[in-house]
Design a protein around this ligand. Structure first.
Ligand SMILES: *[C@@H]1O[C@H](CO)[C@@H](O)[C@H](O)[C@H]1NC(C)=O
Length: 489
């Protein structure tokens, strides 16, 4: 394939995901990026406790806020632009990362195939998630890593790595083994490179990010240190759920890799048998194993945390498939291609179009309501915390309230977050927060599973919209999302 064709294909695939992926994945896609950027650019919104305490780097939200400011300056700050422009930019960065991945894999066709068909990467590549950015930058850095030590030792990748680690301190986990490998490659020049590149790069990145964060917070702050304090000393992650140590092996990795786990396992066996031939792949395997080991020790586990390992796995698998396909019959190659393709397309489509789409669809209607009467609209979300995006998707300064779920940051005994208090006794919570004589919200947004528990307040409302959300309702998340409107008398 010609270079321009590869680039066009990658852009097409990534940008298509902006419009195809219409579902909600995790709160952080909005609450750690768009909402923060919206608050910064337009001076209204809601910041979660992470931003009040200052444990996250402002670099990513500020980049988005900058885009928002340009849109505002050009009078193009319509809500659709605020939603789609950051996603398109993220998708283009992911496409560039894919191109770097392709170069890193020695311009193999299997590299294009593996990266474009990976369902999980398709599902997240255009989301404004810090994990997406981290993975894209990791791919770019991997492509600049001096794998071939005979050539000139390039240190561009050090810039990117220091940026990634400052924005996302946990990126150190996957970069530590690679840094050791880099040190081995350098041999005698280690001292030299450390003082010439590593130290100045990390110092400059650290200073720039501290200036940015301190400016955004209005006081001197080192977000990496605050992050460490909250996560290590208070172990706040546990508040958001714990999984057994083997979860990444039993669920995380198989689900995110899908059928690709088969060539990956075969490749791993082959690499371990021929260690001397595949030294770079061996280093990657070491990095993957080390990172999975560390992530498995942390109690809070999520699919997206291992996303940066995906390109490394796909590279190893692509190399193996390429070697295999030289010897295989054309029929076998087509068979394998079709199986990988179909088994990725099915989850990609289902998860992008159907599963958990209600909480995004509902925002389109809430926006219409807010735009038609901004002064009379007040929204009450009776759902698990951060179930929907908010001001980044409304772009109207209407009154809103949702149930919060802050962790027990101040060591209160018998602590219950607001969402738990509500779900323990919904009618009672509503009575004390919305006394009959007081003003009621104009609209209530809730999952169908809750409706029978809030009959008192709903007697004064009528349902106006109902959206499908998921085929697999569970716990506090129902199959449908309802909008109720107050009956005006
Ligand atoms: C947004 O609304 C709140 C509450 O009504 C008000 O205090 C605030 O000043 C408004 N902000 C802007 C930028 O309009």
């Amino acid at each position: 394939m010609k270079n321009s064709e590869v680039i066009a294909l990658l852009i097409l695939v990534r940008v298509s995901s902006v419009f195809l992926v219409q579902t909600w994945f995790v709160p952080d896609e909005y609450w750690q990026s768009l909402e923060v950027a919206h608050n910064f650019a337009f001076n209204y919104g809601y910041l979660t406790w992470e931003w009040v305490l200052g444990i996250r780097s402002y670099i990513y939200p500020l980049a988005i806020a900058f885009v928002y400011k340009i849109l505002e300056f050009c009078r193009l700050d319509h809500a659709y632009a605020l939603i789609f422009v950051p996603r398109i930019l993220q998708a283009l960065l992911s496409a560039y990362a894919d191109y770097c991945f392709y170069k890193w894999c020695g311009r193999m066709k299997w590299a294009i195939f593996n990266i474009t068909t990976a369902w999980f990467w398709y599902y997240v590549c255009s989301r404004t998630l810090i994990n997406t950015l981290e993975t894209a930058l990791t791919m770019i850095a991997l492509a600049h890593f001096p794998w071939d030590s005979k050539r000139n030792l390039n240190s561009t990748f050090l810039w990117i790595v220091s940026l990634v680690c400052i924005m996302r301190p946990t990126a150190v986990i996957q970069w530590l083994p690679l840094a050791i490998y880099y040190a081995i490659i350098l041999k005698g020049r280690l001292f030299d490179v450390f003082f010439r590149d590593v130290l100045p790069f990390s110092m400059v990145s650290f200073m720039i990010s501290t200036v940015i964060d301190s400016h955004a917070h209005g006081k001197f702050i080192i977000t990496g240190y605050e992050f460490l304090k909250v996560n290590v000393f208070h172990n706040v992650g546990e508040w958001y759920g714990t999984q057994p140590w083997y979860w990444y092996l039993s669920t995380g990795l198989p689900a995110t890799l899908g059928i690709q786990i088969v060539p990956f396992i075969l490749a791993t066996i082959n690499i371990l048998r021929n260690r001397h031939v595949y030294q770079n792949d061996l280093a990657l395997l070491g990095c993957i194993t080390f990172s999975l080991g560390i992530y498995s020790c942390l109690t809070h586990k999520e699919f997206r945390f291992i996303l940066p390992l995906l390109p490394m796995i796909l590279k190893i698998s692509a190399g193996h498939l390429a070697r295999w396909s030289y010897k295989a019959t054309p029929f076998m190659v087509w068979l394998v291609v079709s199986v990988i393709l179909v088994s990725n397309i099915i989850p990609a489509l289902y998860l992008s179009l159907i599963h958990q789409r209600g909480t995004l669809r509902v925002m389109d209607h809430l926006r219409t309501l807010s735009e038609s009467s901004p002064h009379n609209t007040s929204l009450l979300f009776l759902m698990p915390c951060h179930s929907t995006p908010l001001y980044s998707h409304l772009h109207k300064n209407v009154t809103t309230r949702f149930l919060t779920c802050e962790p027990n940051l101040y060591n209160v005994s018998n602590y219950q977050d607001e969402a738990d208090q509500f779900y323990n006794n919904p009618n009672e919570w509503l009575r004390s927060n919305y006394p009959p004589t007081g003003k009621l919200p104009s609209h209530i947004i809730a999952f169908d599973s809750l409706l029978l528990s809030i009959t008192d307040i709903l007697s004064r409302y009528k349902p106006i919209y109902k959206f499908f959300h998921t085929n697999m309702p569970s716990g506090r998340v129902g199959a449908f999302v309802y909008i109720f409107e107050i009956i005006r008398t």
